[in-house]
Every structure is written in structure tokens, then in C-alpha cells.
Design a protein around this ligand. Structure first.
Ligand code: 13P
Ligand code: SF4
Length: 303
């Protein structure tokens, strides 16, 4: 029996479901029960009733959100080191410092944060619903973290003042895209559409036809008339894009745009995770309780 068959067999025996992010390795996406962006995966985890175990093929903060939203289930992260560096950039101390400077400003945190940080915010958002979440608030000045680029992009779309916390938060993978990459590809493929993630810099977002979350990019690719698309996000998304649109051509704007953390989940580690029920993700209840409120508020206002 090959590894894939063993995983499928073990998954049934353990009554497990595998949720995989759009950036996972092709073989992980192919074996998963569901592939999606961070809001879709959180919703799936929250609504899961059948399975006893949720294996989260992604990074730490996504698995933590699953454990917070569905505390009845055992949540496993197959690669212990799969940590999102952006989520590590925002500390509770920094949130407290900014709150003291702007006591009337609500705190909105991107889900790419640790549960301990979420416990100190008013509401969470993802790149798919950040504009909706910000518009839903009465305040015009809002503390927003940790991604400075997402803060800028949402401020442009809502006309509100978003104060970034920390001032410099970023995704190391999305920062790799340079405007020249797109300019050169546009010379080669003049009819191509350009779609990028909001974690990209302002220079990249400016030259894009579409800016959105990973799943919103999948929808744009399906619905737009362009036959060739230049993609400004982690290269793992191209597997799904090509699978769903075999008649279209997808080119990643910079081939080195790899999130090493997302790639830590391999078939071998997925098998070991199921076999040994590791690594269990647990969030202490006092923190989970507060973070859950912030996540649930997001779901209330997001269709
Ligand atoms: P999405 O919510 O768009 O899938 O993004 C998550 C992420 O980590 C982007 O780098
Ligand atoms: Fe974090 Fe960037 Fe990787 Fe997304 S792509 S998980 S934001 S490091």
C-alpha cells in the first residue's frame, strides 16, 4: 500500500477530516477533504460535526482558530514548526501599548495572529472580509494589525484611518514580489490579467487588475475573460488554479515566492500525525474564550 492509500485508510479509522490551505503542497491539497482560504477553513472547522479529529494542513494560527472555534474536536498540526512569521510579529505588549495611545480606537486583528493576541482585540478579519469588517465599525480611526500592507489596502477601500500595529508588520513571502517582475511578464503576455494578494506591497497592488484573498483569486480566475493570469501570491495556489481552469495559463510573478512554513506539511508527516495523533493544538480556555468572541463577531458580519 502506498503512503496516500495508508493516509486515506488511517483517516477513516481515526474518524479524521483533513483541511488544507490553498498554499499546501499539491499532494496535500489532493488528499485533503477540503482546500480553502483562511476564512473558509475556519468556517469548515467550526461547523465540523462528524469527524473526531481535524488535521489542519496549514500553519499555527489557522489550527489555533480551529481549536478555538470547535473545542470539542482534537485539532492536529502535522508539522510542529509550521509557524506564520507574520503572526509572531504582534505581541500582547504592543497591543496594550497602542491601546493606551488610542483608547477610543477599536482593535481589529487579521487572523494571522496568535490566540493570545486575538484575546485582546474587538474583532478579527481575514483578507477576504477585512473591508466588510472595517465598514461595519462606527469608528473612523481603527488599530489594525499585524499586516501593514493589508491595513493600507483596506484604508484605501474604506476611506478610514487604520493605524498599523506594529508599524512594520509584513509577510516575508509576499514581500518578495517586485514591480519589475510584473512589468517584464506583462511585456511577454500583454493580454494577461494580474491578480495579487493584499499582503503584497502598494507598488504591486497598483499594477494588479484584482486584489483579493486566495479563494477570491480562484473565483476571479474562473470568472474573468483573460486566458492568461499573472499571479502575485504564494506559488502553492497555482496547483488549485490549474486544476480548476485547465484551459487557462497561470504564471507566478516570482518563482521564489514560497512560504517555507506552509511547505512543512508532507505526506509522511501527515501520516505520522494521524498515526500518533500529533501535534495536538490546544489553546488555554481563558484565552480561547476571549479570542472566540472576536472570531465569532467576524462570522456574524461575514456572509
Ligand atoms: P488567505 O486568507 O487569503 O488564504 O491568506 C492567508 C495567508 O496566510 C496569506 O499569506
Ligand atoms: Fe504567514 Fe505569509 Fe506564510 Fe501566509 S504566506 S502563512 S502570511 S508567512
Amino acid at each position: 500500500m502506498n503512503l496516500t492509500d495508508r493516509i486515506v485508510k488511517l483517516k477513516k479509522e481515526r474518524k479524521a477530516v483533513i483541511l488544507a490551505h490553498n498554499y499546501q503542497r499539491p499532494e496535500i491539497q489532493d488528499i485533503a477533504d477540503y482546500v480553502g482560504d483562511s476564512i473558509e477553513l475556519s468556517r469548515k472547522a467550526m461547523q465540523e460535526t462528524e469527524a473526531e479529529i481535524i488535521v489542519f494542513a496549514a500553519v499555527d494560527f489557522m489550527a489555533e482558530s480551529a481549536a478555538i472555534l470547535n473545542p470539542e474536536k482534537r485539532v492536529l498540526l502535522p508539522a510542529l514548526g509550521a509557524r506564520c512569521p507574520m503572526a509572531q510579529m504582534l505581541t500582547v505588549d504592543e497591543i496594550k501599548r497602542c491601546k493606551a495611545l488610542y483608547p477610543d480606537a477599536p482593535v481589529v486583528l487579521y487572523v494571522n495572529t496568535l490566540a493570545s493576541a486575538k484575546a485582546y482585540c474587538d474583532i478579527c478579519c481575514t483578507s477576504a472580509n477585512a473591508v466588510e469588517v472595517i465598514k461595519s465599525l462606527e469608528a473612523d480611526t481603527i488599530l489594525f494589525g499585524p499586516d501593514r500592507n493589508l491595513a493600507e489596502s483596506v484604508a484605501e477601500k474604506t476611506g478610514k484611518t487604520l493605524i498599523p500595529l506594529p508599524e512594520w508588520g509584513f509577510c516575508p513571502t509576499h514581500l518578495l514580489f517586485q514591480p519589475e517582475d510584473v512589468t517584464v511578464l506583462k511585456m511577454q503576455y500583454p493580454d494577461a490579467a494580474v491578480m495579487v494578494h493584499p499582503e503584497c506591497s502598494a507598488e504591486i497592488r497598483k499594477v494588479a487588475d484584482f486584489v483579493g484573498s486566495t479563494s477570491k483569486m480562484c473565483r476571479y480566475a474562473r470568472e474573468c475573460s483573460a486566458k492568461t493570469l499573472i499571479v502575485g501570491t504564494e506559488e502553492g495556489l497555482l496547483h488549485r488554479l490549474r486544476k480548476e481552469n485547465p484551459e487557462k495559463q497561470f504564471i507566478v510573478a516570482y518563482e521564489g515566492a514560497v512560504c517555507p512554513n506552509m511547505k512543512l506539511t508532507t505526506l509522511g508527516r501527515l501520516y505520522a500525525a494521524l498515526k500518533e495523533e500529533k501535534y495536538a493544538v490546544k489553546v488555554p480556555e481563558p484565552i480561547a474564550k476571549k479570542a472566540r468572541i472576536a472570531l465569532e463577531r467576524m462570522f456574524e458580519i461575514t456572509s
